[in-house]
Design a protein around this ligand. Structure first.
Ligand SMILES: Nc1ccn([C@@H]2O[C@H](COP(=O)(O)OP(=O)(O)OP(=O)(O)O)[C@@H](O)[C@H]2O)c(=O)n1
Ligand SMILES: C[C@](O)(CO)[C@H](O)COP(=O)(O)O
Length: 228
């Protein structure tokens, strides 16, 4: 049974408001996705590291990836993140019970030790699980624009991160049958089947680069060496 990292990297980064997709923007002297792959390359338990890019990608080939062992690229990205992941699962040629660890290209500050901890924690688990962090702030439900309707209890609420680790065949089935705008991560597809993925403590450093200011935060985190 193998452990395969699958990295969806076929997004356009519309919220980043940049002509270059954010996974190729400069972050501390390298393309952002280089840092993501570099973190995953440090995880000894991973047998394969598979990147899913868009068939129209004009950037991947302009970088030298030869320093990365175990790296494969699939040009089968889809119109949504879930479609990119599902297309990758169909193309990856894995065994049904291999584990797949889906990790956003856009999360470049991943601590490799967290991935090893996750793999150990989910050994023998019937479903799989995700990295996540408990919600820290008071939550407000907005009504009529920016007015507060009420304060929403945050007890039991977690923010989903990646990697999200599931069996290849089970995840493909969940995504294929559940595909829709409500499926914003892998766990949501499993939940739709009535399954309960496990929550594993992630890290506030494992941020997703979504808006322009996140790029500066990511640079600061990388410079700090993720020490906490
Ligand atoms: N059709 C898509 C959309 C997203 N992704 C990937 O999914 C991850 C998380 O998605 P998100 O941050 O939403 O990325 P974008 O779609 O690029 O950004 P935006 O939503 O702002 O357009 C990213 O690594 C992105 O490249 C993908 O592989 N295929
Ligand atoms: C999967 C994810 O990273 C969990 O937080 C996130 O949902 C992906 O980003 P999107 O903006 O929802 O596509």
């Amino acid at each position: 049974m193998k452990h395969i990292a699958l990295i969806p990297a076929a997004g356009s980064g519309s919220r980043m408001a940049s002509l270059t997709p954010k996974q190729y923007l400069d972050l501390s002297g390298k393309p952002l996705i280089w840092h993501t792959l570099s973190a995953l390359a440090k995880v000894a338990e991973l047998d394969r590291i598979v990147v899913v890019i868009s068939p129209e990608d004009e950037w991947w080939d302009s970088f030298d990836w030869s320093g990365f062992a175990r790296l494969e690229v699939l040009r089968c990205g889809g119109a949504s993140r879930a479609e990119s992941v599902l297309n990758g699962l169909y193309a990856v040629q894995a065994a049904v019970d291999d584990w797949v660890l889906v990790h956003d290209a856009a999360r470049p500050c991943l601590d490799p030790a967290l991935v090893s901890q996750m793999i150990a924690a989910l050994r023998g688990h019937p479903v799989g699980g995700i990295l996540a962090v408990p919600v820290a702030d008071t939550l407000k439900l907005a009504q009529a624009g920016q007015h507060i309707a009420h304060t929403h209890p945050r007890d039991g609420l977690w923010q989903a991160q990646t990697p999200q680790m599931f069996r290849v065949a089970q995840l493909a089935h969940a995504l294929a049958t559940g595909m829709g705008p409500d499926i914003t991560d892998e766990a949501s597809a499993l939940e739709k089947l009535g399954l309960q993925p496990r929550l594993i403590m992630g890290s506030p450093w494992n941020l997703k680069v979504t808006y322009p200011q996140d790029l500066r935060l990511a640079a600061l985190i990388l410079a700090a060496g993720q020490q906490d």
